[in-house]
Each structure stands twice: as structure tokens, then as C-alpha cells.
Design a protein. Structure first.
Length: 117
């Protein structure tokens, strides 16, 4: 039986990594494996993943098994799940564009076949 390396990088409260955080990270990792051309995912928060009042997560695929996440509050509507909005939010928080900061790693991630690591 192989074990898969998991790493969650939370930009909001990394000291509060819960089992829900790991379930959500596994879900994000699987989602990015199926949507290989995507860099960002915007989705509802898993119960217990982030403290309230977070309603949504912006997840960024950095490399296989590594997802960087930050929470947002959008109570009235589900924001569109697009790379454009993810990158805009990412940069509005003062982060460099992922394509600039992680360029080679992201390109390598996109080129690798996904399987059990």
C-alpha cells in the first residue's frame, strides 16, 4: 500500500489544521488532478475547514499534493469558479502571480501524469 504525500498551506490560520482541512485538501488535490489546466479553484468551505465567518475557499495548485488555500466571505452568492477570479483575489492579497512565483513548478505539475505517489 502506498502513502500519498499531503501538504496543506493555509494563508489564514495554519495553526488550526483539522481533519476537515485534510479532507478538503484531498478533495482539492483530486479536483486539480481532473482539471489539469486549472490553477485556481473557488468552492464552498468544508464544515470545520476554516473558522467562521469563512464561506468559500480559494485553492491554488502549486505542485502535486500541495494546495495553497485562503478563505473568503461571500454570504449572498457563490463566486464564479474561474482562474481569472482566483488569480485576481490572489494578487489582491499581495501575492505574486502564481505563474511568476511558481512558474517552473506549475509547468512541471501540468506535465506530470497523476497517480498514487
Amino acid at each position: 500500500m502506498s502513502t500519498r504525500r499531503r501538504q496543506a498551506i493555509l494563508t489564514d490560520s495554519s495553526e488550526n489544521v483539522t481533519e476537515a482541512t485534510w479532507r478538503a485538501t484531498d478533495d482539492d488535490t483530486a479536483w486539480f488532478a481532473k482539471h489539469r489546466r486549472r490553477t485556481f479553484r473557488i468552492r464552498r468551505v468544508f464544515p470545520g475547514e476554516f473558522p467562521s465567518p469563512a464561506t468559500h475557499v480559494v485553492a491554488a495548485a502549486v505542485e502535486p499534493g500541495v494546495v495553497v488555500k485562503s478563505s473568503i466571505f461571500s454570504p449572498d452568492t457563490d463566486p464564479p469558479n474561474t482562474d481569472m477570479l482566483g488569480e485576481t483575489l490572489w494578487q489582491s492579497w499581495g501575492h505574486e502571480p502564481l505563474s511568476k512565483k511558481w512558474g517552473e513548478k506549475v509547468a512541471l505539475f501540468r506535465a506530470q501524469p497523476m497517480g498514487n505517489a
